[in-house]
Every structure is written in structure tokens, then in C-alpha cells.
Ligand binder design. Structure first.
Ligand SMILES: *Cc1c(COP(=O)(O)O)cnc(C)c1O
Length: 372
């Protein structure tokens, strides 16, 4: 036996920075007593998956014994053609979550800092701590991203800035000018990650310009996902676009086979399904607007909707009825929404825009609960 072994150590010890991670809390999909309810807690597409994508996924059942293409050529070719970008500079991952982890892993480590906003996406602190880097939280501006506050957090140790645009869980949006100003204010060796998980829900004139920036700037990574408007959350297909150098570094640490052949085929089919995407966007725009108006009408009960450009609205409860009470009441009425005490939002419910029936029922239930 080796003398240097310490007999008092009886089990493997996780790294301090790993134990500092608060585990991700997913949206619930059933009530505590197991009743079937409308799930409006995870920003999924209420219309499900495009039929074209389901067919593609089924057809792939015939090749389940095969490894998928590690280079994801079909997916990259389809994305490049669809968005007019360079296929060689597309990274992909098991959901865009993996792409976010790759960004942190390739560019930051112990002693480095990663900046994100207060009320930012809950994966950012996990991706930061996982690699031993230090999270730096920039204050918000009434729940929205504050570019000046982010820039004020930059130090010599800053390696990565994560922002989601629109942001989750707030739904707030930073304009093209703000993104350009943020990028211009960052040192050239800081990677700016613009997480565009909800970008397809924006109106056309609201393009934040990040994809165009990633085309030319050496330090901008844009991430996208098939989990939201494309209705493929279970397929776990995400991707990113950046300079050849950034992409090269990320490729070195990614899992060799990110997603199944069926998932990739389904993603390619969904990408081509313009009608499904357009219908989803139009429905979302209409009901997001109507829902925001309904919440505004409940202002006298202390409710407030944070302005959203995504497929959900963060509703703040600043009156007599608490968010927790409303959360439980909505659950009893058959609607699961996201209550966010773990993200410093004990007074907020993030509610995904559902079908017309779901929204009508949810609004009626909410009015009952707050006594309107
Ligand atoms: C949903 C979401 C993602 C997407 O995650 P996937 O791993 O692609 O399913 C990424 N970023 C934000 C801000 C999100 O809300």
C-alpha cells in the first residue's frame, strides 16, 4: 500500500466549485397529486412538434444501431442554407445548453470571471461554476439587461459574458444598438455569448444583429435551439455560430455524438416548415399581447407584466395576493406555471403562452384567484 494514501479519506471528494452549484430546477409537468394539467412552465411550443419533423424522427427508427454523423453535416448544411451563414463555423450540441457549457469550458477556468445579468438564464451560473470560474452578476434595470452595468463588471479576469436575448425568465429584449454597444465596450479577448433561444419569436424588425456580428467579429458566439419554436425540446438539438477559432476550440471538448440521427433529421425537417414556424410566431404575438393587456387590467390587484418579446411573460405580484398563492391556485385550476423563488423571484410567475383555450382558461382562473 502506498504511504501517501490518506486512510481517513473514505470516498471521492467533489470539487468545491462543483458543490457550489445549485442544481437546475426544471419546470414541473404534473401536479403533486399526479393530475394531468396544462404545462405552461417550460416555454415549449403549445402546438407540439411539426408533423414533418415527427415523420422524419419515426423514419430514423430504422437506423438506431448506427452512430450518428459526428460532423452533423446534414444539419449544418441545412442551417447554413437557411440563415446564409458558413457551415464550417457552426458548432452543435445536446441542446444549446451544451453549447453554453462548451463556451465556458473552452474559454474560462479557475481564477477567471464570467459575467451574466441578475435574473439571467439559470444555466449560466451552472456553466460558470462547472469549470471553476467565478460568476459575476450584473445588476438589472427594472428586470431588463443593463449594458452599462455589464460593462462596469468587466475586469482583467473577465473571459466570457453570457446574455440571453430575449432574456429568460424576464422576456426582456436588448436592441441592436445595445448589443452593438455592449460588444464595442468589451475587450477583444472577452467572448460575448448571445443566447438567442427565443429569437424566432421576434418580429422581423427586431433582429438584434448578433448573428451578423458573429459573422465578422472574432469574439461573438450566437447560440440557437430547436427546443422552443421548432417544437423539439426532447430532441436536444442546439447550435452556435462564431469565428473559426472560437468554434475550433469548442469542438475539442464537445461530446462526439451530440444527438441522435432522428433528432437531427427532425430538426432539418422543422427548419424547413415555414408554415409551422410562422403560425407559432403569429399565435404567440397575438396572445402575448392579449395576456399582457389582461395583466395590465389587473394592475389594481398589484399584478404587473414585465414587457416580453419571447413566448412567455413574467408576471410580478406586488399586491395582496402573492405569486406563491397564485401559483398554487393556478395548479389547482389545472395550469402549471413557473414560480421562481430559487432565482430571486419569489414574487414572480413565468407563464408560457399556450393555446387559445389554455390562455382563456388561465386568464379566467387568475382573475378568480386575485379576486378581480
Ligand atoms: C430554453 C433555453 C435554452 C435552450 O435550451 P436547450 O438546451 O437548447 O433545450 C437556451 N437558453 C435559454 C435562455 C433558454 O430559455
Amino acid at each position: 500500500m502506498n504511504d501517501s494514501l490518506d486512510p481517513t479519506k473514505t470516498a471521492p471528494t467533489a470539487k468545491d466549485w462543483i458543490l457550489a452549484i445549485a442544481p437546475y430546477v426544471p419546470g414541473k409537468s404534473s401536479t403533486d397529486d399526479g393530475r394531468k394539467v396544462s404545462k405552461l412552465s417550460s416555454n415549449e411550443n403549445p402546438f407540439g412538434t411539426p408533423e414533418s419533423a415527427r415523420q422524419a424522427f419515426r423514419a430514423a427508427a430504422d437506423t438506431l444501431e448506427r452512430y450518428p454523423d459526428a460532423a452533423a453535416i446534414e444539419l449544418r448544411t441545412a442551417l447554413a442554407a437557411h440563415y446564409g451563414i458558413d457551415a464550417a463555423r457552426i458548432i452543435y450540441g445536446t441542446g444549446s445548453d451544451e453549447v453554453l457549457h462548451l463556451a465556458a469550458g473552452a474559454f474560462a477556468g479557475p481564477g477567471d470571471e464570467i459575467i451574466f445579468v441578475r435574473y439571467g438564464f439559470s444555466v449560466y451560473p451552472i456553466a460558470t461554476r462547472r469549470v471553476g470560474a467565478t460568476p459575476v452578476v450584473a445588476p438589472d434595470k427594472d428586470y431588463a439587461t443593463d449594458v452599462d452595468a455589464i460593462l462596469a463588471c468587466v475586469t482583467e479576469k473577465t473571459r466570457v459574458v453570457f446574455i440571453a436575448n430575449p432574456n429568460n425568465p424576464t422576456g426582456t429584449y436588448s436592441s441592436r444598438e445595445e448589443i452593438a454597444r455592449l460588444h464595442a465596450g468589451l475587450p477583444k479577448d472577452v467572448l460575448l455569448v448571445v443566447d438567442q433561444a427565443y429569437t424566432e419569436y421576434l418580429d422581423e424588425q427586431d433582429d438584434d444583429g448578433a448573428l451578423a456580428l458573429a459573422e465578422t467579429a472574432p469574439n461573438v458566439l450566437v447560440t440557437r435551439t430547436f427546443s422552443k419554436i421548432f417544437g423539439l425540446a426532447s430532441a436536444r438539438v442546439g447550435w452556435g455560430y462564431a469565428s473559426a477559432e472560437v468554434i475550433d476550440a469548442m469542438h475539442r471538448i464537445r461530446a462526439p455524438f451530440a444527438f441522435s440521427i432522428g433528432a437531427s433529421d427532425a430538426a432539418v425537417a422543422a427548419l424547413a416548415d415555414h408554415d409551422f414556424v410562422a403560425h407559432s410566431r403569429d399565435h404567440n404575438r397575438e396572445w402575448r399581447q392579449r395576456f399582457a393587456e389582461e395583466i395590465a387590467a389587473l394592475g389594481n390587484r398589484g399584478l404587473r407584466a414585465v414587457p416580453s418579446k419571447a413566448n412567455f411573460i413574467l408576471v410580478l405580484f406586488e399586491g395582496e395576493v402573492s405569486a406563491e398563492t397564485a401559483y398554487k391556485g393556478l395548479m389547482d385550476a389545472g395550469y402549471i406555471v413557473r414560480w421562481l423563488p430559487g432565482q430571486e423571484l419569489p414574487h414572480g410567475l413565468r407563464i408560457t403562452i399556450g393555446t387559445a383555450d389554455e390562455m382563456t382558461g388561465l386568464i379566467a382562473a387568475l382573475k378568480r384567484i386575485v379576486g378581480a
